[in-house]
Design a protein around this ligand. Structure first.
Ligand SMILES: Cc1ncc(COP(=O)(O)O)c(C=O)c1O
Length: 307
């Protein structure tokens, strides 16, 4: 939006909750003119430039997959669609540091990718911080300038940028924590397997109103969150709270229904799987230090609720 792009939302895969490639294909085949109905323009941001793209129509230019909860979106399918329709891929890898798809790491697929070091992330700073990646040296130079008031060298400003430098104190924290991230991610993967096993052993399946999210065969997720789908989700969450078990709903309002995007004209029912996920998802406690006994307590709490 800050680049004057207009987001076009597509529905998610109901298993992984990642962007659904079939929906992207459908959108591209409709050849929608995504800008034609546009009357609202976001404020022009620093660094904004007229597009060099000579395509006359207003067809989509980029796909922005979010590697949700630490699992890569289907990069095979998205790359195929991107190649076919000359689309850029820009990855939101905020939750997916260390995750991979066919052995290739999140953040290495697209023209550019963004990572978040918000304190709750797998690699969390002690305040706000983030990282952008790209294979393109020109783009890397541009990003380095933009984060520092558009300045390629001290007291020279070739364009308008932002103050988006990482604080030195956050960098110091992250430099230490970076050594541990692979191990922490491994711990998360083990905890996820334990949840899978405990939930299956407790007979908590779709028939009982509960289902862990799916992992795609080519994906190696880092379980930023361990998320289940649950019938009577809000009641379950309240019940778990009475047992001292915290859980979270990511995310109760899908993007297309957020007030900030009301100008796009989406309404309830437009993206049914996203809306269903918003009603059913529940993230269970997940962090590297979580113990097996704590996980048993969580699953026992869920089993008691559905018994
Ligand atoms: C998927 C996703 N995208 C983007 C962000 C934004 O990251 P930040 O808060 O570091 O700007 C977050 C987390 O806050 C996120 O989880």
């Amino acid at each position: 939006m800050r680049a004057e792009a207009r987001p076009v939302f597509v529905d998610i895969d109901p298993g992984t909750l990642n962007i659904n490639g079939a929906c992207v294909r459908q959108l591209m085949e409709q050849q929608v003119d995504v800008h034609s109905a546009e009357t609202w323009k976001p404020p022009r941001s620093p660094g904004w430039k007229e597009s060099q793209d000579t395509r006359q129509n207003n067809a989509p230019r980029a796909i922005l997959p979010v590697h949700l909860y630490g699992q890569c979106a289907d990069m095979d399918e998205l790359q195929e669609i991107a190649d076919e329709h000359r689309l850029l891929i820009i990855e939101d890898a905020a939750q997916a540091i260390g995750a991979s798809w066919r052995g290739r790491r999140a953040g290495s697929f697209g023209r550019a990718a963004a990572f978040s070091f918000y304190p709750t992330k797998n690699l969390g700073a002690y305040g706000d911080a983030g990282l952008a990646t790209t294979h393109d040296p020109t783009l890397a130079g541009s990003m380095r300038r933009l984060r520092n008031h558009g300045s390629p060298e001290r007291y020279l400003h070739t364009e308008l940028g932002w103050n988006a430098r990482m604080d030195a104190i956050q960098a110091a924290v992250l430099r230490v924590k970076l050594k541990y991230i692979e191990g922490w991610n491994e711990q998360r993967k083990k905890r996820a397997k334990t949840y899978d096993r405990l939930l299956a052993e407790a007979g908590l399946s779709a028939l009982r109103g509960l289902q862990p999210l799916a992992t795609a065969q080519a994906a190696s997720p880092v379980f930023h969150q361990y998320v289940i789908r649950a019938q009577r989700r809000d009641e379950l969450q309240k019940f778990l709270a009475t047992r001292g078990i915290a859980s979270e709903i990511y995310y109760p309002i899908p993007l297309h229904l957020q007030p900030a995007f009301s100008y796009l004209g989406y309404k309830e029912g437009d993206l049914p799987e996203s809306e269903r996920a918003a009603r059913e998802v529940l993230a269970l406690p997940m962090f590297p230090e979580l113990t097996g006994d704590e996980q048993k307590l969580v699953v026992a709490g869920i089993a008691e609720f559905y018994s």
